[in-house]
Design a protein around this ligand. Sequence first.
Ligand SMILES: Cc1cc2nc3c(=O)[nH]c(=O)nc-3n(C[C@H](O)[C@H](O)[C@H](O)COP(=O)(O)OP(=O)(O)OC[C@H]3O[C@@H](n4cnc5c(N)ncnc54)[C@H](O)[C@@H]3O)c2cc1C
Length: 502
Amino acid sequence: MAPDHVDVLIVGAGLSGIGAACHLRRDCPDKTYTVLEARDAIGGTWDLFRYPGIRSDSDMFTLGYSFRPWTAPKAIADGTTIREYVRETAQEYDVPRHIRFRHRVLRAEWDSATARWTVHAQRTDTAESVVLTCSFLFACAGYYRYDKGYTPPLPGVDAYAGRLVHPQHWPDDLDHTGKRVVVIGSGATAVTLVPALAGRAAHVTMLQRSPSYIMAMPARDRLADALRRRLPATAAYPVVRWKNVLLSTVNFQLSRRAPGLARRVLRRAARARLPVGYDVDRHFSPRYDPWDQRLCVAPDGDLFTAVRDGTASVVTDTIDTFTTHGVRLTSGAEVPADIVVTATGLNLLALGGLTLRVDGADVDLPNTVAYKGMMLSGVPNFALTVGYTNASWTLKADLVAGYVCRLLRHLDRTGQQVVTPLPPPDSGRVPLIDLRSGYVLRAVDTLPKQGVTAPWRLHQNYARDVLLMRHGRLTDEGVRFSRAGEVTAPDRTPRPVASERR
Ligand SMILES: Cc1cc2nc3c(=O)[nH]c(=O)nc-3n(C[C@H](O)[C@H](O)[C@H](O)COP(=O)(O)OP(=O)(O)OC[C@H]3O[C@@H](n4cnc5c(N)ncnc54)[C@H](O)[C@@H]3O)c2cc1C
């Protein structure tokens, strides 16, 4: 029996996969599609993470979809509200009936003769193999491993008699009331967890090897509150969204162009929220420049408040060894702990672990170059969603999904079936993700590259990408359109360039 065939196969039912399905419904209603999701729920990240206080660290006016206003009161929202928003969006666009849950996609093989992908998945409940075919494969599988968070080697951990927990696998039965908690880490998760635990715990210690930039931000958006009282959500939402896009762009550009000034501003803001005489330089002044790593956000300055009122403290030191009752630090100090939380990060994983073959040859991801940050050189009819590193993920995810719809319509209009990105003519290659965070550096060699010139260069600039991806040309030197059976190996031979624009 021939496998089921769809026009578009989406991998993943997180924020990006659901957004992609909605875009298809809006822009290409005649296309058939299926979403294969490894888990048994919609929401991805926002369903997986269940640690106390789980929340966004960007504002929901930009982390929300362009086509569906964020109407909840808080701009920095909790995980449950975000999960519900994604689910409700899926319902509104009739996506759930297209999702096959508990289907992990393992590999996909492209055949140029038929212009089809054959996609191999495995049911996570029965281990049954499932094969589908599709004309376009759209990977919305996030960027990290779901089964295992990252934990660095922890010296002497076997001696520790308390509970050791990773935020990615938070146990339902863990009660921290009255307990001494040590949170190891200084990233967004630690910054979220510490104030969330501090209320009920006896004390929470954030144990960091080195500090991160932490910026207090109002949990509610004053402009949004004002506009919502006067305007319908559909009118207020884009105004607040663009205001926040512009603010974050200015923040990022200033940090890049005047890092010394940005450092001073962030340091002064932190100092103003901490007790007099607090060692701000030791605990809140990172060695790197702002935006070399993502900035952490403290809604209404909650972390600083917890430090100020003494329910939490920050220790900047390294672990010498775990002991039976806590951790001993290199300085010789001991920090007692009933619970240790390893907020030490994620394991990056490209394409949700799915491997690709094109006409019988394996695709070696680190040897591919991303085209417009969303397709891979030499891989036909394939797109992937990777969000911004300096702004909300969904801003880019929306643009990518919209661009895929433009491509599909262009193919139909021109009677072609295949779009294949080409590698850049020059040899310049740089990492696809330009952050210096540990989780990025650990995996950078396994990821595709980006080029040094357009259209292979990522600018991490939403306003610029709106012009490029919503209104820019579909045909350029980075991509080849063709009919089924025409394309063999991708090359850079001259080709006719259609002049059509959409
Ligand atoms: C704790 C946390 C907080 C974050 N906060 C923010 C924030 O405030 N702002 C921001 O911009 N970004 C944030 N991020 C980044 C965040 O992951 C994105 O915002 C967004 O949720 C990514 O959505 P996604 O759908 O692309 O990926 P995911 O949410 O990771 O969803 C991917 C989905 O694909 C499925 N999948 C993966 N591989 C396969 C496979 N092989 N077969 C089938 N299904 C598969 C997964 O099961 C999952 O459901 C945060 C990340 C984390 C971990």
